[in-house]
Design a protein around this ligand. Structure first.
Ligand SMILES: C[S@@+](CC[C@H](N)C(=O)[O-])C[C@H]1O[C@@H](n2cnc3c(N)ncnc32)[C@H](O)[C@@H]1O
Length: 218
């Protein structure tokens, strides 16, 4: 079970109406059983970074929006010291169960990637991984997300992020404006001072998606 209940959790008590709408929608996806994104498959873009030509040496990693933990577990299996955060308690519970079943240590935290100071994830981290979390975060919380990562980044740390472009997400909840905004390279350049956007690779989806790689200044 998650360590904090709703009345104790600072992320719960400080959410505004748009954040509440996002939270309700995400909870709904997990309540239906397996959300559509929960494929259990680690994307080749992450595999390449960890195992490919010029692979990163294992270090400390933080996954933002880890869902049921597929990629956090993958990183731990490859020698990384991993912390992972998700907003939805049932996802966190599943991630902890999957990590235990896999026999790897992953520090899974229930909480908000835009409020990392509320969680025990001090860093510094060499790698941040975000598979479709940031692009769903309300626009007014994204500076806090960037500040949280910047504060915890080792010199030269990488952020590998997958995100949907503008107007590509099926948005059943009109008050969640971020789901139509998606994420763009220009936004990331503005939002992450002290980082360089070093790669933008289109995804293979039928709608515009992107793999972004940012590097924290040394
Ligand atoms: C599209 S899902 C992808 C999940 C996981 N990365 C995967 O690929 O299976 C986005 C995830 O980000 C989480 N999330 C969204 N906003 C978040 C936030 N502010 N803080 C932490 N997690 C968040 C959601 O609960 C969800 O599990």
């Amino acid at each position: 079970m998650s360590q904090l209940n709703a009345s104790q959790n600072p992320a719960t008590t400080r959410r505004d109406p748009e954040e509440e709408a996002v939270h309700r929608a995400l909870e709904g996806y997990y309540r239906t059983g397996k959300p559509p994104w929960d494929t259990g498959v680690t994307p080749p873009e992450l595999v390449d970074l960890i195992e490919g030509h010029g692979a990163l040496p294992p270090g400390r990693a933080l996954e933002l929006g880890c869902g049921t933990g597929t990629n956090a577990i993958y990183l731990a299996r490859h020698g990384w010291e991993v912390a992972a955060v998700d907003l939805i308690d049932s996802a966190v519970d599943q991630a902890r169960e999957k990590a235990a079943a896999a026999g790897v240590a992953v520090r899974v935290r229930h909480g908000d990637a835009t409020r990392l100071d509320d969680l025990d994830v001090p860093g510094p981290f060499d790698l941040f991984f975000d598979l479709s979390c940031y692009c769903g975060i309300p626009l007014h919380r994204r500076d806090a997300y960037a500040a949280g990562l910047t504060h915890r980044a080792a010199p030269g740390a990488l952020l590998l992020m997958f995100g949907y472009g503008p107007e590509t997400l099926d948005n059943p909840v009109s008050e969640i404006t971020s789901w139509a905004a998606g994420v763009t390279a220009d936004e990331l350049r503005d939002r992450f001072p002290g980082w360089a956007l070093i790669d933008v690779t289109p995804g293979t989806n039928s709608v515009p998606t992107f793999w972004f790689t940012l590097r924290r200044d040394a």
